[in-house]
Design a protein around this ligand. Structure first.
Ligand SMILES: NC(=O)c1ccc[n+]([C@@H]2O[C@H](COP(=O)([O-])OP(=O)(O)OC[C@H]3O[C@@H](n4cnc5c(N)ncnc54)[C@H](O)[C@@H]3O)[C@@H](O)[C@H]2O)c1
Length: 268
């Protein structure tokens, strides 16, 4: 298999090193808007070469993996799926807009391309996916963050909430995922993944909690429905090279790649 990794930051670098050691991966094309980062990463790998655009090697590529930004995902997705090439997306927030998402899924169907969205920084997506086959009464994502992750959020400043001054665990927002992802863009990926799997952006409830003692993000996924009840709590550690990213997100990308290339479908 030949893969393209777009974004040579925290997730892209961890993923590229893992892919370099997978026998099934024969070639890794690397792309970053900062060419120096792609060159540096390529120099550490056996199978990588640097490219200047995704289109450059699309005919030779089986899977494009975006680990860059929402903007990059929105830009690349139409071209990749229209060529019938599979695509994995880490910046899931790129799919919040209904019209764009539907057009991508339509194109993917037409050109027989597959769009993969790893579970990322949240656990419990397997159960939610199965449970959503029947009626769901409530899907709630409670995300707890340290004050540092919520500095400079305009919504909080407008409401007079100074997160650095909070002395106790405090809920600073509760509302539909569609509004939450607009007000708290750093929370967008997990909220988007949960919304896409369950009851959509308007019925998924997102609660944001500030814990003055927290140094990383935790996510509690609470689901009730015809299947019963589920509560799944993920206490993340930050990625060593990017405190804004949970390490589990890179692991979920590696695990998704392994499942795709080895056809291992345990626990789906
Ligand atoms: N799904 C999840 O649960 C989850 C969890 C963590 C992070 N993420 C998302 O994954 C993405 C990557 O995260 P990261 O921690 O590796 O970020 P990072 O900032 O460490 O690395 C991103 C890299 O992408 C490059 N880049 C940005 N825009 C680009 C473009 N248009 N074209 C080419 N390269 C571009 C940057 O130069 C940078 O090197 C982010 O969008 C992040 O929000 C998703």
């Amino acid at each position: 298999m030949r893969i393209t990794i777009v974004g040579c930051g925290s997730i892209g670098t961890t993923l590229a090193h893992a892919a370099d050691n997978m026998n099934e991966v024969k070639r890794i094309y690397l792309l970053d808007k900062d060419r120096h980062l792609a060159d540096m990463l390529a120099s550490q790998l056996k199978k990588a070469i640097v490219i200047d655009s995704v289109e450059e090697e699309l005919y030779h590529c089986d899977l494009v993996i975006e680990a860059a930004s929402q903007e990059a995902a929105r830009q690349i997705l139409p071209a990749v799926v229209s060529r019938g090439v599979d695509m994995m997306i880490m910046s899931v927030g790129a799919l919040v807009e209904d019209e764009f998402r539907n057009s991508i899924l339509e194109k993917a169907k037409t050109y027989e391309s597959r769009v993969f969205i790893p579970s990322g920084a949240v656990c419990g997506t397997d159960g939610l996916r199965a449970a959503s086959l029947e009626s769901l009464d409530r899907v709630e994502l409670v995300t707890t963050k340290g004050p540092k992750s919520l500095e400079d959020v305009p919504y909080l400043i407008e409401h007079g909430i100074i997160v650095e001054d909070l002395k106790e665990v405090t809920t600073v927002y509760s509302g539909p995922a569609r509004e939450a992802v607009a007000l708290f863009p750093r929370n967008v990926n997990v909220a988007a993944t949960v919304s896409l799997l369950g009851v959509g952006f308007d019925r998924t409830l997102v609660t944001i909690v500030v814990d003055p003692e927290a140094h990383s993000n935790s996510h509690e996924l609470r689901v009730t429905g015809a299947f019963g009840e589920m509560t799944c709590h993920t206490y993340n550690v930050p990625a060593p090279d990017n405190p804004k990213t949970s390490h589990l997100a890179a692991l979920s990308a590696i695990s998704a790649l392994k499942r795709i290339i080895r056809n291992e479908w345990v626990g789906i």
